[in-house]
Design a protein around this ligand. Structure first.
Ligand code: G4P
Length: 547
């Protein structure tokens, strides 16, 4: 493919994620975006995935239907000449690490706020991640069909709490029972809202948009004039949308609607198509081949999406989607090039070569073999444990994208298998699940225990369930004596020997992670503070980047 058409293919892609506090309407919005994009025909198709608020047993059921949860990792659809890749971020806070990694594969995020609640704790956390990663944000204020906060108060909250300039693209005409519609700030075009008739099963079609001054039929006494006044104030009081300020992360376009009533969704999809950036230029490093002696220092490079060479990275691995096969699917985000099925790609850190013969694209209703893919696309690569989260793949095998971080877990538990004869199988099973990157596995240097680390309690429950279902192991998770895990490394100017000195003194609390990197298991956070002070030559790290 010529350079020009490569760049053109890349530029029509929009790879984005939705971030929201649980219950703000992420699942509903996902579904209605797919509807608006023509990817599904009826609402209800994605409904089964609203795991956020579900009970543990509901979640398990969903998880067992692995097909669903996997196709949920990314949903690809074509609309209006563009290809949209919607990445699913698990909303439950126990899965924030997974979410964080997924966001590294997104070029843009849709921040969904509940119009009655505004910014909530999880919104803030996810927003911080986007800011850290320079991911531009489109705001969608949802649930206008319910009583909402004052629109100006919502925008002020965005400005003051996120330090982000809100640029209203639309302005709502009231909310809840009085919701009449919304008006486009730049043009004064009014989009009327059709209320669902009581008892009607189908969603109503919203009437055609028309100029506000011709929309009298949709208002009651005085409402139209006060909307016009509000519009004048909005035009004066808020900045007009500037796409560069948005791409630089200073401004967010604000759209409104009701996901449930399919109101404002076309406008949102249009905004994503028009403004969300095409696949970005990525920073990477060019490394020497693994076998080189006296290798030259790695070189900082940038990867253009229109480059010839296929490059990209794995941001998620899902194991055992088909319980009859020990399969693993690595979710691979392409950063550049033109991929053709059957191509050979190399894993940078191991130098292993992989023929990608059966890559999968996840369309909303089914999966298909990916015959070709371009920068911005996400495909699932089946493999048998060759690919791990954070791996970089490319044709030369020399390109390395900055590692995806592992975070120190917040809960550490000891895991035991009830049948002692199966202890050997346990290690294999735990390794397998830890390779997915959702939980972490620590092997203490002394003793035969395994310590599993996770961000939240739900992960242990899911893990116990999967160990039973997928590996036939009946396990018990027990409290461990540890409260925190820290990766250790020499401080500036210190040496390996300084670290070993520390490790010698704390041998009973030392463990190795999945890569056998040393980890200190502290009994209390006080102890972490104590060793940090006592051993200034050692760094105690909360995150680790692989690769
Ligand atoms: P989440 O993925 O962000 O957690 O939210 P989800 O879409 O599951 O929505 C949470 C609840 O909010 C659901 O109601 C959903 O129907 C409702 N909802 C989403 N968007 C809108 C909207 O625009 N307007 C109104 N009024 N409600 C909305 P639920 O009753 O908790 O669940 P369900 O029984 O409807 O499934």
């Amino acid at each position: 493919m010529s350079q020009a058409s490569l760049a053109q293919e890349a530029s029509r892609r929009r790879t984005f994620a939705i971030i929201a506090h649980p219950d703000a309407g992420k699942t509903t919005l996902t579904e209605h975006i797919l509807l608006a994009g023509g990817a599904i025909r009826a609402a209800g198709a994605v409904r089964a995935r609203g795991e956020n608020r579900r009970t543990r047993s509901d979640w398990m059921k969903i998880e067992k239907e692995r097909g669903i949860s996997v196709s949920a990792s990314v949903m690809t659809f074509e609309h209006d000449g563009k290809r949209f890749n919607l990445l699913d971020t698990p909303g439950h806070e126990d899965f924030s690490e997974d979410t964080y990694r997924t966001l590294t594969a997104a070029d843009c995020a849709i921040m969904v706020l509940d119009a009655a609640k505004g910014i909530e704790p999880q919104t803030l956390k996810l927003f911080e991640v986007c800011r850290l990663r320079d991911i531009p944000i489109i705001t969608f204020i949802n649930k206008l069909d319910r009583e909402a906060q004052d629109p100006m108060a919502l925008l002020d909250e965005i400005a003051s709490r996120l330090q982000l300039d809100p640029a209203p693209i639309w302005w709502p005409a009231e909310s809840g029972n009085r919701l009449r519609g919304m008006v486009e700030v730049a043009t004064g075009t009014f989009q009327p809202y059709a209320r669902k008739a009581p008892g009607a099963a189908d969603e109503p079609d919203h009437p055609e948009a028309l100029p506000l001054d011709q929309a009298g039929a949709y208002f009651e006494e005085g409402e139209q004039a006060s909307l016009q006044d509000a519009l004048d104030l909005v035009r004066e009081g808020y900045p007009t949308f500037d796409v560069n300020a948005f791409l630089e992360g200073h401004m967010t376009p604000v759209l409104w609607g009701s996901a449930l009533r399919h109101f404002g969704i076309e406008a949102l999809l249009q905004a994503i198509g028009d403004w969300a950036p095409a696949p970005k230029v990525m920073k990477a490093r060019k490394e020497a081949p693994p076998e080189t002696r006296n290798a030259p220092a790695p070189e900082d490079i940038t990867i253009q999406p229109g480059e010839d060479q296929v490059t990209g990275f794995v941001f998620k691995v899902q194991a055992n989607m088909d319980p009859n096969h020990r399969d693993r699917i690595a979710m691979f985000r392409m950063a550049s090039g033109s991929f053709k099925r059957g191509m050979k790609l190399k894993v940078q850190n191991t130098g292993k070569s992989l023929s990608v013969n059966a890559p999968i694209m996840f369309f909303a209703s089914d999966r298909e073999l990916a015959e070709e893919a371009h920068a911005g696309d996400v495909m699932g690569i089946p493999n048998h444990g060759v690919l791990r989260v954070g791996d970089s793949l490319s044709e030369t095998g020399l390109v390395r994208f900055a590692g995806l971080p592992n975070f120190a877990p917040e809960i550490l538990q000891r895991v035991r298998v009830k049948d002692p004869l199966k202890a050997k199988h346990l290690k294999k099973a735990l390794d397998g699940l830890a390779e997915e990157g959702v939980t972490q596995l620590f092997r203490p240097e002394i003793g035969a225990d395994f310590i599993v680390g996770a961000v939240g309690q739900l992960q242990f429950e899911v893990m116990a369930d999967r160990l039973g279902e997928e590996y036939g192991l009946d396990v018990i998770f027990e409290p461990s004596p540890y409260a925190e895990a820290r990766w250790i490394a020499p401080a500036e100017g210190a040496t390996r020997a300084d670290v070993e000195d520390f490790m010698g003194k704390y041998r009973p609390q030392m463990a190795g992670d999945l890569d056998s990197d040393p980890v200190f298991l502290a009994k209390t956070s006080w102890e972490t503070g104590y060793v940090t002070e006592r051993f200034p030559k050692v760094r105690f790290l909360k995150t680790k980047e692989r690769g």
